[in-house]
Design a protein around this ligand. Structure first.
Ligand code: ZN
Length: 113
């Protein structure tokens, strides 16, 4: 009950939920921009805020089998991407605990060239 707590990020370049404009992740936390999401290009972040997790599920991605949780904006409940809970392949382990945010679901405070 009560009000939803919204975390605000500081920094020059912040990705926001496209739908309700709360902060989602900082540009400084991008690990890779070379990911493919459901809606096109997606970015891998080491941190994300104002999100809620869906149920854990096994999902076969282009990089192999993973356990993931979908992530939703905690303010407007729109799906934003997913979190890597577990990767089975050694080469993919670095992604565990990281977040994929779909570029298409984000708006940027400042455009990235
Ligand atoms: Zn939102």
């Amino acid at each position: 009950m009560g009000r939803l707590f919204i975390e605000t990020l500081s920094g020059p370049r912040i990705f926001k939920c496209k739908f309700c404009k709360v902060d989602s992740a900082s540009y400084d936390d991008i690990v890779s921009k070379e990911f493919q999401g459901r809606f096109g290009r997606a970015y891998l972040f080491r941190n994300a805020v104002n999100i809620s997790l869906g149920p854990r599920e096994e999902r076969l991605l282009t990089s192999g089998l993973h356990i993931v949780n979908d992530i939703y904006c905690s303010s407007c409940q729109q799906i934003l991407g997913w979190k890597y809970e577990k990767a089975y392949e050694e080469s993919q382990k670095f992604k565990e605990g990281m977040f994929i945010l779909e570029k298409e679901r984000m708006s940027k405070e400042v455009d990235i060239v």
